[in-house]
Design a protein. Structure first.
Length: 269
């Protein structure tokens, strides 16, 4: 799944100057057949026998338990598989970052991997839902318009605030509404913690409350994953916040938006 998606995003990686290499415990013939079938043009490196995988401490020690959890039998050809992960290596060959998962099923999208490599987003995201709440433009979109089971995805959130306007961050005292994002429950939907920029401290003359606020263009991400293929799926999103100026606070706002995703089957080669 991940190797095919990386191939789909290969032009973006190439434009950004990022080289992609995939290491597998499969033999050369198996990798060549896979590359031919799916049009893989970046290097697939064979670590037959898992020598490099073992030396790096990446051999999946929990494979049988994971297979049992997912109702999958463990065959001899499965042994030697590593924990899935990504190394980010610079021009000098030094590892600058690494991201690994315990479960063999969990995989990031190419957008996430590109951000790991560049430290910033570099893809144009196609589908955006926008709405105006008061004077604030609220936008939401996903990393991509498709999903596969257990694929790591992110809902992106942007609040564009006019000059002189702020919204409250978390934690907020009782009576204040901090920025929050909620995804309506779906079967198989797993949602992580909302990540927002660091807010700044803010005080109001005559009040003892300790406040933090966001200003300008506030961009955050909400990680999520679907463990089932629900076909075409609508994510129903609620974005809540309370906007204020230095002189006045407006009533809390709740903006509801929808992001549509199409489910794809897993690639099981």
């Amino acid at each position: 799944m991940q190797l095919v998606e990386l191939q789909e995003g290969w032009p973006t990686f190439e434009r950004a100057g990022v080289a992609v290499f995939a290491v597998s415990y499969d033999d050369v013939a198996t990798l060549r057949a896979f590359a031919d079938k799916y049009g893989i043009t970046y290097p697939l490196l064979s670590d037959e026998g898992s020598a490099a995988i073992r030396s790096l401490g990446l051999l999946n020690q929990h494979l049988e338990q994971q297979h049992a959890f997912y109702g999958v039998g463990t065959r001899d050809e499965h042994r030697g598989v590593p924990y899935p992960g990504t190394f980010v290596v610079d021009e000098l060959g030094l590892i600058r970052d690494k991201h690994f998962e315990q479960s063999f099923r969990v995989r990031p999208t190419r957008s996430i991997m590109l951000e790991w490599a560049l430290g910033r987003a570099d893809e144009v995201l196609e589908q955006t839902s926008s709405a105006v709440g008061g004077s604030i433009l609220v936008r939401t979109w996903a990393d991509k318009q498709t999903y596969r089971r257990y694929q790591q995805l992110r809902l992106h959130i942007s609040l564009l605030l006019p000059s002189g306007v702020h919204v409250y961050g978390a934690p907020a005292p009782f009576g204040y509404e901090p920025v929050s994002v909620i995804l309506e429950p779906l079967e198989g939907l797993e949602v992580g913690e909302l990540v927002l920029p660091e807010p700044r401290g803010f005080s109001v003359t005559g009040l003892d409350d300790e406040l933090v606020v966001h200003e300008g263009n506030v961009e955050g991400v909400l990680p999520f994953m679907l463990s089932q293929n629900l076909g075409e799926t609508t994510l129903k999103v609620s974005v809540s916040y309370q906007a204020c100026t230095d002189a006045v606070c407006f009533p809390p706002s709740n903006i509801k938006q929808e992001v549509i995703l199409s489910g794809l089957d897993l690639i099981r080669d």
